[in-house]
Design a protein around this ligand. Structure first.
Ligand code: UD1
Ligand code: UDP
Length: 384
C-alpha cells in the first residue's frame, strides 16, 4: 500500500486537487490522506464540499489579513509535525501558494518525495505574480515528480535542467473539475432583465492591491454608468484589501451586483451566463476558454500563454483606458467577440487526474491493471 498525502490550502487548490483526491481514493493500492493547512477557511471549505472531499487533518491556519511571513511560519510548524507523524511515501500539492511552497520544502527536509501538480508555469519574473512565481520555482526545484499541464510548462521545466524522466505532461486537473461540475448543472441565482449584457468579474492578486485595483475598479464603474444594458457580477474575494477597493468604487450601483464568493457550481453557471469575463485569476483563465467565454486579464503578464496565443484570452493590465476600450470593443463588435469566444481547451481534456495517478504508480513500480493513457495532447484538446 502506498501512502499518499495530499496537502490543500486555498480555494483553487481545493478545486484542482479534488479530482485527483477522488481518483486516488478509488485505487486499491493507495492509502490517501488529505491534510488541510486551511490557509483559506470559508473559501476552502466550500470548494471542498462542492466535490464531497473532506480533510483528515486540519491545521486551521488562516487569520484575518495574514501577512506572508505569518502564514508561512505557521504552515512550516504545522506541516513539519504532520509529515513527521505520518511518514507518507509521497506528498502531493498543487500550484503556487504559500501552502505549496512550504509543503515542498518540508517534504524535501524530511526526504519524502514531493509531486508538484500544475508544474512548470512561469512568467520569468520572480515578482510577477507576487509571491506565486517564487513559490512555484521553489516547488519545482525540490519536486521528485512534476505534473505539467501543457507542453509549454513541460518545456519550461526541461529548460531549467529538470530530469525529463520526472516530467509528466498531464493536462490541468481544473478541466477535470470543470467537467465534473458541469454534470451538476447549477443555476445562476442572479436574475437579469431581458437583453442585459453581463460582465463577470473577479480580482484578488497581491500585485494589484492599492492603485492598480483602484484604477481598474474605477474604470468598471464608469463603464456601467455609460452603458445602460451593462450589468456586472462581482463575487468579492474575502481579502480585506479587495473589499476596501470594492467599497470605494463599486458599491451602491443597481447594476453592479456584489456578492460573497460563489460556490463552484454557481460560479461555473455564472461563467456560462456571462458575455465576457474580467479577471486577474489564474484558474478562471483556464476554465473560461473551455466554456467559450472571452477573458480580459487584468495583469501585465501571464504564466498561461496558451489561450492568449489562441486569441481567446487578452492581457490588458489594470489601465482604465484599456479596460474601457476592450470591454466596449467586445460588447460592440460582433467580429471581435466571435474571435474570442471560439471555445478551445488548451489546458486539459478531463483526464489529468488519471494521468497523475498513473505516474505515481509508475514511480513506485505498482501495476494497477488499468488501461494506460497517453500524455495529454494540447493540440488535440485545443481543436476538440
Ligand atoms: C491566496 C494565494 C494566491 C491564490 C489565492 C486564491 C498566497 C500567498 N496567495 O491569496 O496565490 O491565488 O489565495 O484565492 O498563497 N480570507 C478570508 N477567508 C478565506 C480566505 C481568505 O477571510 O476563506 C481573507 C483573510 O483575511 C486572509 C486573507 O483573505 O488573511 C488573505 O488570504 P491569503 O491566503 O494569505 O491570500 P490570498 O490573497 O487569498
Ligand atoms: N471561483 C469560485 N467562486 C468564485 C470565484 C472563483 O468557485 O466566486 C473558482 C474559479 O472557478 C476557479 C477558482 O475559484 O476555479 C479560482 O480561484 P482564485 O481566482 O481565487 O485563485 P487563482 O486561480 O487566481 O489562484
Amino acid at each position: 500500500m502506498i501512502h499518499v498525502l495530499a496537502v490543500v490550502g486555498t480555494r483553487p487548490e481545493a478545486i484542482k486537487m479534488a479530482p485527483l483526491i477522488r481518483e486516488l481514493k478509488q485505487q486499491s493500492w493507495v492509502k490517501c490522506t488529505v491534510a488541510l493547512t486551511a490557509q483559506h477557511r470559508d473559501l476552502l471549505d466550500r470548494a471542498l464540499a462542492a466535490f464531497d472531499v473532506k480533510g483528515d487533518i486540519d491545521l486551521d491556519l488562516m487569520r484575518p489579513n495574514q501577512s506572508l511571513g505569518e502564514i508561512t511560519g505557521r504552515a512550516f510548524a504545522g506541516l513539519d509535525s504532520v509529515l513527521r507523524d505520518m511518514k507518507p511515501d509521497i506528498v502531493l500539492a498543487q500550484g503556487d501558494t504559500t501552502t505549496v511552497m512550504v509543503t515542498a520544502l518540508t517534504s524535501f527536509y524530511q526526504n519524502i518525495p514531493f509531486g508538484h501538480v500544475e508544474a512548470g508555469l512561469r512568467t520569468g519574473d520572480l515578482r510577477n505574480p507576487f509571491p506565486e512565481e517564487m513559490n512555484r520555482v521553489f516547488a519545482g526545484k525540490v519536486a521528485a515528480l512534476h505534473f505539467a499541464p501543457t507542453a509549454q510548462s513541460a518545456g519550461a521545466l526541461l529548460s531549467e535542467g529538470i530530469d525529463p524522466a520526472t516530467v509528466h505532461l498531464t493536462g490541468n486537473t481544473v478541466i477535470d473539475a470543470l467537467l465534473h461540475m458541469r454534470k451538476e448543472a447549477a443555476a445562476l441565482k442572479l436574475e437579469l432583465p431581458e437583453g442585459a449584457r453581463l460582465v463577470l468579474m473577479t480580482s484578488h492578486r497581491r500585485e494589484n492591491f492599492g492603485a492598480p485595483m483602484s484604477e481598474a475598479f474605477g474604470a468598471v464603474r464608469q463603464l456601467v454608468e455609460d452603458r445602460e444594458d451593462l450589468h456586472v457580477l462581482f463575487p468579492v474575494h474575502p481579502n480585506p484589501n479587495v473589499k476596501e477597493q470594492v467599497d470605494r468604487h463599486l458599491r451602491g450601483h443597481p447594476r453592479i451586483h456584489l456578492s460573497d464568493p460563489l460556490d463552484y457550481e454557481e460560479f461555473t453557471a455564472a461563467m456560462d451566463r456571462a458575455d465576457l469575463i474580467l479577471t486577474d485569476s489564474g484558474g478562471v483563465q483556464e476554465e473560461a476558454p473551455a466554456l467559450g467565454k472571452p477573458v480580459l486579464v487584468m495583469r501585465r503578464e501571464t504564466e498561461r500563454p496558451e489561450a492568449v496565443e489562441f486569441g481567446v484570452v487578452k492581457l490588458i493590465g489594470t489601465d482604465a483606458n484599456a479596460i474601457r476600450d476592450w470591454v466596449g470593443r467586445l460588447l460592440d463588435n460582433p467580429d471581435d467577440y466571435a474571435g474570442m469566444s471560439r471555445g478551445v481547451s488548451p489546458y486539459g481534456d478531463g483526464l489529468a487526474a488519471r494521468r497523475i495517478v498513473q505516474a505515481v504508480a509508475d514511480h513506485f513500480g505498482v501495476e494497477t491493471g488499468q488501461d494506460r493513457l497517453d500524455s495529454f495532447d494540447p493540440e488535440r484538446a485545443a481543436r476538440a
